[in-house]
Design a protein around this ligand. Structure first.
Ligand code: SAM
Length: 276
Protein backbone atom coordinates (compact mmCIF):
# COMPACT_ATOMS: atom_id res chain seq x y z
CA UNK A 1 0.00 0.00 0.00
CA UNK A 2 1.35 3.45 -0.94
CA UNK A 3 1.73 6.37 1.42
CA UNK A 4 -0.42 9.24 0.04
CA UNK A 5 2.24 11.82 0.87
CA UNK A 6 5.72 10.30 0.44
CA UNK A 7 4.51 7.71 -2.09
CA UNK A 8 6.62 5.01 -0.43
CA UNK A 9 5.21 1.55 -1.00
CA UNK A 10 5.09 -0.27 2.33
CA UNK A 11 2.88 -3.12 1.28
CA UNK A 12 5.50 -5.73 2.06
CA UNK A 13 6.49 -4.11 5.32
CA UNK A 14 3.17 -4.39 7.20
CA UNK A 15 3.49 -0.69 7.98
CA UNK A 16 0.70 1.50 9.20
CA UNK A 17 2.50 4.73 8.28
CA UNK A 18 4.55 5.99 5.37
CA UNK A 19 8.15 6.95 6.12
CA UNK A 20 6.93 10.54 6.43
CA UNK A 21 4.50 9.55 9.21
CA UNK A 22 1.29 9.82 7.19
CA UNK A 23 -1.25 7.10 8.09
CA UNK A 24 -1.78 4.61 5.29
CA UNK A 25 -5.20 3.64 3.98
CA UNK A 26 -6.96 1.21 6.29
CA UNK A 27 -5.19 2.62 9.33
CA UNK A 28 -7.48 5.59 9.75
CA UNK A 29 -7.68 5.37 13.54
CA UNK A 30 -3.98 4.91 14.10
CA UNK A 31 -1.97 7.97 14.92
CA UNK A 32 1.81 8.37 15.00
CA UNK A 33 3.24 8.47 18.49
CA UNK A 34 4.73 11.91 17.93
CA UNK A 35 1.39 13.30 16.76
CA UNK A 36 -0.60 12.30 19.80
CA UNK A 37 -2.43 15.17 21.38
CA UNK A 38 -2.09 15.76 25.09
CA UNK A 39 -5.58 14.45 25.57
CA UNK A 40 -4.72 12.17 28.44
CA UNK A 41 -3.08 14.75 30.60
CA UNK A 42 -6.27 15.14 32.63
CA UNK A 43 -6.41 11.48 33.47
CA UNK A 44 -3.94 11.56 36.31
CA UNK A 45 -5.71 14.28 38.21
CA UNK A 46 -4.10 14.93 41.53
CA UNK A 47 -5.89 15.02 44.87
CA UNK A 48 -5.18 18.75 45.05
CA UNK A 49 -7.08 19.30 41.80
CA UNK A 50 -9.93 17.15 43.02
CA UNK A 51 -10.10 19.22 46.21
CA UNK A 52 -10.04 22.40 44.14
CA UNK A 53 -13.02 21.19 42.13
CA UNK A 54 -15.00 20.59 45.29
CA UNK A 55 -14.26 24.12 46.42
CA UNK A 56 -15.30 25.58 43.08
CA UNK A 57 -18.51 23.62 43.34
CA UNK A 58 -19.08 25.29 46.71
CA UNK A 59 -19.05 22.15 48.83
CA UNK A 60 -15.99 22.54 51.06
CA UNK A 61 -17.85 21.69 54.24
CA UNK A 62 -19.43 18.57 52.88
CA UNK A 63 -16.05 17.47 51.59
CA UNK A 64 -14.21 18.10 54.86
CA UNK A 65 -16.94 16.24 56.76
CA UNK A 66 -16.42 13.29 54.42
CA UNK A 67 -12.68 13.56 54.87
CA UNK A 68 -12.94 13.52 58.67
CA UNK A 69 -15.36 10.60 58.51
CA UNK A 70 -12.97 8.70 56.24
CA UNK A 71 -10.03 9.42 58.56
CA UNK A 72 -12.04 8.16 61.55
CA UNK A 73 -12.98 4.96 59.73
CA UNK A 74 -9.36 4.38 58.69
CA UNK A 75 -7.99 5.00 62.17
CA UNK A 76 -10.60 2.71 63.69
CA UNK A 77 -9.80 -0.01 61.20
CA UNK A 78 -6.06 0.30 61.75
CA UNK A 79 -6.34 0.33 65.51
CA UNK A 80 -8.49 -2.80 65.23
CA UNK A 81 -5.57 -4.51 63.50
CA UNK A 82 -6.96 -4.40 59.93
CA UNK A 83 -4.51 -5.45 57.22
CA UNK A 84 -3.68 -3.33 54.14
CA UNK A 85 -5.06 -4.71 50.83
CA UNK A 86 -3.40 -7.99 49.85
CA UNK A 87 -0.44 -7.77 47.47
CA UNK A 88 -0.97 -9.79 44.29
CA UNK A 89 1.35 -12.77 44.22
CA UNK A 90 1.61 -15.37 41.41
CA UNK A 91 -0.37 -17.74 43.66
CA UNK A 92 -3.14 -15.23 44.37
CA UNK A 93 -3.29 -14.36 40.65
CA UNK A 94 -3.54 -18.04 39.81
CA UNK A 95 -6.46 -18.48 42.21
CA UNK A 96 -8.18 -15.29 41.09
CA UNK A 97 -8.01 -16.18 37.39
CA UNK A 98 -8.86 -19.83 38.03
CA UNK A 99 -12.09 -18.64 39.63
CA UNK A 100 -12.82 -16.28 36.76
CA UNK A 101 -12.14 -18.90 34.09
CA UNK A 102 -14.21 -21.49 35.96
CA UNK A 103 -17.18 -19.11 36.03
CA UNK A 104 -16.32 -17.90 32.50
CA UNK A 105 -18.36 -14.66 32.70
CA UNK A 106 -20.29 -13.95 29.53
CA UNK A 107 -18.75 -10.46 29.37
CA UNK A 108 -15.27 -11.86 28.62
CA UNK A 109 -14.80 -12.11 24.88
CA UNK A 110 -14.11 -15.53 23.48
CA UNK A 111 -13.28 -14.42 19.95
CA UNK A 112 -9.75 -13.24 19.12
CA UNK A 113 -8.61 -9.71 19.79
CA UNK A 114 -9.33 -7.57 16.72
CA UNK A 115 -5.93 -5.86 16.65
CA UNK A 116 -4.25 -9.26 16.62
CA UNK A 117 -6.59 -10.47 13.87
CA UNK A 118 -5.73 -7.41 11.80
CA UNK A 119 -1.98 -7.79 12.33
CA UNK A 120 -1.93 -11.55 11.71
CA UNK A 121 -3.83 -11.09 8.44
CA UNK A 122 -0.85 -9.13 7.13
CA UNK A 123 1.87 -11.56 8.21
CA UNK A 124 3.10 -14.88 6.93
CA UNK A 125 2.45 -17.43 9.73
CA UNK A 126 5.52 -18.35 11.72
CA UNK A 127 6.30 -18.95 15.39
CA UNK A 128 4.19 -17.06 17.93
CA UNK A 129 4.20 -16.57 21.69
CA UNK A 130 1.05 -15.61 23.61
CA UNK A 131 2.04 -14.32 27.06
CA UNK A 132 -0.79 -14.73 29.59
CA UNK A 133 -3.01 -16.44 27.04
CA UNK A 134 -5.93 -16.96 29.46
CA UNK A 135 -8.16 -19.68 28.02
CA UNK A 136 -6.45 -19.29 24.66
CA UNK A 137 -8.82 -17.19 22.54
CA UNK A 138 -5.87 -15.55 20.74
CA UNK A 139 -3.51 -18.53 20.73
CA UNK A 140 -6.20 -20.75 19.19
CA UNK A 141 -6.94 -18.11 16.56
CA UNK A 142 -3.26 -17.95 15.59
CA UNK A 143 -2.91 -21.73 15.53
CA UNK A 144 -5.96 -21.98 13.23
CA UNK A 145 -4.21 -19.54 10.91
CA UNK A 146 -1.18 -21.80 10.68
CA UNK A 147 1.04 -20.26 13.34
CA UNK A 148 3.05 -22.58 15.59
CA UNK A 149 2.03 -21.17 18.95
CA UNK A 150 3.47 -21.33 22.44
CA UNK A 151 1.04 -19.97 24.99
CA UNK A 152 1.28 -19.86 28.73
CA UNK A 153 -0.64 -18.50 31.68
CA UNK A 154 -0.49 -18.54 35.46
CA UNK A 155 -4.01 -20.05 35.55
CA UNK A 156 -4.08 -23.82 35.17
CA UNK A 157 -7.83 -23.65 34.46
CA UNK A 158 -7.16 -21.28 31.55
CA UNK A 159 -4.27 -23.36 30.23
CA UNK A 160 -6.31 -26.57 30.38
CA UNK A 161 -9.16 -24.96 28.45
CA UNK A 162 -6.75 -23.78 25.78
CA UNK A 163 -5.04 -27.15 25.59
CA UNK A 164 -8.36 -29.01 25.19
CA UNK A 165 -9.56 -26.57 22.53
CA UNK A 166 -6.34 -27.04 20.56
CA UNK A 167 -6.51 -30.81 20.97
CA UNK A 168 -10.10 -30.91 19.68
CA UNK A 169 -8.97 -29.32 16.42
CA UNK A 170 -5.51 -30.88 16.34
CA UNK A 171 -3.90 -27.43 16.38
CA UNK A 172 -0.18 -26.71 16.93
CA UNK A 173 -0.40 -25.10 20.38
CA UNK A 174 2.10 -25.75 23.14
CA UNK A 175 0.25 -24.68 26.28
CA UNK A 176 1.74 -24.59 29.75
CA UNK A 177 1.22 -23.08 33.17
CA UNK A 178 4.01 -20.59 33.73
CA UNK A 179 4.66 -17.38 35.60
CA UNK A 180 5.52 -14.66 33.10
CA UNK A 181 8.19 -13.35 35.45
CA UNK A 182 9.99 -16.71 35.40
CA UNK A 183 9.37 -17.88 31.83
CA UNK A 184 12.45 -18.51 29.68
CA UNK A 185 11.82 -16.13 26.77
CA UNK A 186 15.11 -16.88 25.01
CA UNK A 187 16.70 -14.93 22.20
CA UNK A 188 15.39 -14.36 18.63
CA UNK A 189 12.70 -17.04 18.95
CA UNK A 190 9.37 -15.59 17.86
CA UNK A 191 7.95 -13.93 14.73
CA UNK A 192 5.03 -12.61 16.74
CA UNK A 193 4.52 -11.95 20.45
CA UNK A 194 1.05 -11.17 21.80
CA UNK A 195 0.85 -9.31 25.11
CA UNK A 196 -2.86 -8.62 25.33
CA UNK A 197 -4.56 -7.16 28.37
CA UNK A 198 -1.49 -7.93 30.43
CA UNK A 199 0.14 -5.74 33.09
CA UNK A 200 3.83 -5.25 33.88
CA UNK A 201 5.26 -4.62 30.39
CA UNK A 202 7.86 -2.50 32.19
CA UNK A 203 9.22 -5.56 34.00
CA UNK A 204 9.31 -7.75 30.89
CA UNK A 205 10.15 -5.30 28.08
CA UNK A 206 13.79 -6.29 27.72
CA UNK A 207 13.05 -10.02 27.63
CA UNK A 208 10.16 -9.58 25.20
CA UNK A 209 12.27 -7.49 22.81
CA UNK A 210 15.11 -10.01 22.99
CA UNK A 211 12.73 -12.91 22.35
CA UNK A 212 11.52 -11.44 19.04
CA UNK A 213 13.28 -12.64 15.92
CA UNK A 214 14.71 -9.90 13.70
CA UNK A 215 11.66 -8.61 11.83
CA UNK A 216 9.36 -10.07 14.52
CA UNK A 217 6.31 -8.11 15.64
CA UNK A 218 5.03 -7.29 19.13
CA UNK A 219 1.30 -6.67 19.65
CA UNK A 220 0.11 -5.01 22.85
CA UNK A 221 -3.37 -3.86 23.77
CA UNK A 222 -4.38 -2.87 27.27
CA UNK A 223 -6.17 -0.24 29.30
CA UNK A 224 -4.74 3.20 29.67
CA UNK A 225 -4.01 4.16 33.25
CA UNK A 226 -7.22 4.65 35.19
CA UNK A 227 -7.67 7.99 36.96
CA UNK A 228 -7.39 6.16 40.29
CA UNK A 229 -4.13 4.53 39.14
CA UNK A 230 -5.57 1.07 39.64
CA UNK A 231 -4.94 -0.38 36.21
CA UNK A 232 -3.30 0.12 32.86
CA UNK A 233 -0.37 1.88 31.23
CA UNK A 234 0.42 5.56 31.41
CA UNK A 235 -0.27 7.52 28.27
CA UNK A 236 2.70 7.21 25.85
CA UNK A 237 4.61 4.87 28.14
CA UNK A 238 4.81 1.82 25.86
CA UNK A 239 7.04 3.22 23.08
CA UNK A 240 9.53 4.29 25.75
CA UNK A 241 9.60 0.80 27.23
CA UNK A 242 10.69 -0.69 23.89
CA UNK A 243 13.35 1.73 22.60
CA UNK A 244 15.00 -0.91 20.40
CA UNK A 245 11.80 -1.66 18.46
CA UNK A 246 10.40 0.30 15.54
CA UNK A 247 6.91 1.56 16.39
CA UNK A 248 4.53 0.64 13.57
CA UNK A 249 1.42 1.83 15.31
CA UNK A 250 0.55 3.63 18.50
CA UNK A 251 -3.00 4.66 19.32
CA UNK A 252 -4.95 5.68 22.40
CA UNK A 253 -8.71 5.85 22.15
CA UNK A 254 -12.09 5.42 23.78
CA UNK A 255 -13.19 2.35 21.89
CA UNK A 256 -14.42 -0.54 24.00
CA UNK A 257 -11.68 -2.72 25.45
CA UNK A 258 -11.47 -5.93 23.50
CA UNK A 259 -11.44 -8.20 26.53
CA UNK A 260 -14.03 -7.87 29.28
CA UNK A 261 -17.00 -5.93 27.94
CA UNK A 262 -18.04 -4.85 31.41
CA UNK A 263 -14.63 -3.44 32.21
CA UNK A 264 -14.75 -0.29 30.11
CA UNK A 265 -12.13 2.44 29.86
CA UNK A 266 -9.63 4.03 27.51
CA UNK A 267 -7.41 1.68 25.57
CA UNK A 268 -3.87 1.74 24.21
CA UNK A 269 -2.80 -0.23 21.14
CA UNK A 270 0.86 -0.70 20.32
CA UNK A 271 2.48 -2.49 17.43
CA UNK A 272 6.25 -2.60 17.04
CA UNK A 273 8.84 -4.54 15.09
CA UNK A 274 12.41 -5.62 15.77
CA UNK A 275 14.92 -4.48 13.17
CA UNK A 276 15.95 -7.11 10.63
C1 SAM B 1 -6.98 -9.88 31.42
S1 SAM B 1 -6.48 -11.56 31.22
C2 SAM B 1 -5.92 -11.55 29.52
C3 SAM B 1 -5.92 -12.91 28.91
C4 SAM B 1 -5.55 -12.96 27.42
N1 SAM B 1 -4.31 -12.31 27.15
C5 SAM B 1 -6.66 -12.44 26.56
O1 SAM B 1 -6.51 -11.36 25.98
O2 SAM B 1 -7.69 -13.12 26.45
C6 SAM B 1 -4.94 -11.57 32.13
C7 SAM B 1 -4.30 -12.92 32.14
O3 SAM B 1 -3.02 -12.82 32.75
C8 SAM B 1 -2.77 -14.01 33.46
N2 SAM B 1 -1.69 -13.75 34.42
C9 SAM B 1 -1.72 -12.95 35.52
N3 SAM B 1 -0.52 -12.96 36.14
C10 SAM B 1 0.28 -13.80 35.41
C11 SAM B 1 1.63 -14.23 35.54
N4 SAM B 1 2.40 -13.80 36.56
N5 SAM B 1 2.13 -15.07 34.63
C12 SAM B 1 1.36 -15.52 33.60
N6 SAM B 1 0.07 -15.16 33.43
C13 SAM B 1 -0.47 -14.29 34.32
C14 SAM B 1 -4.11 -14.33 34.07
O4 SAM B 1 -4.22 -15.66 34.48
C15 SAM B 1 -5.05 -13.98 32.91
O5 SAM B 1 -5.26 -15.08 32.07
Amino acid sequence: MKCPRCQQDNSTEQKFYGECGTPLAGAARARPYADLKDENEGLSRSLTEALEQHRVAGKPRAFSRCFVALAVVLCTALSAGAQPPAVRTPESERERWNQIFTRQPASIRTDANRLLVQVASELVPGVALDIGMGFGRNAIFLARRGWRVTGFDISDVGVEKARLAAQAENLPLTASREDMFKFDYGLNRYDLIAFLYMPAADRLARQIADALKPGGVLVIEHFLRRPDGSLGYESRALPKLFPTLEVLRYAEDDSNPDYDQENVGRVVRFLARKAR
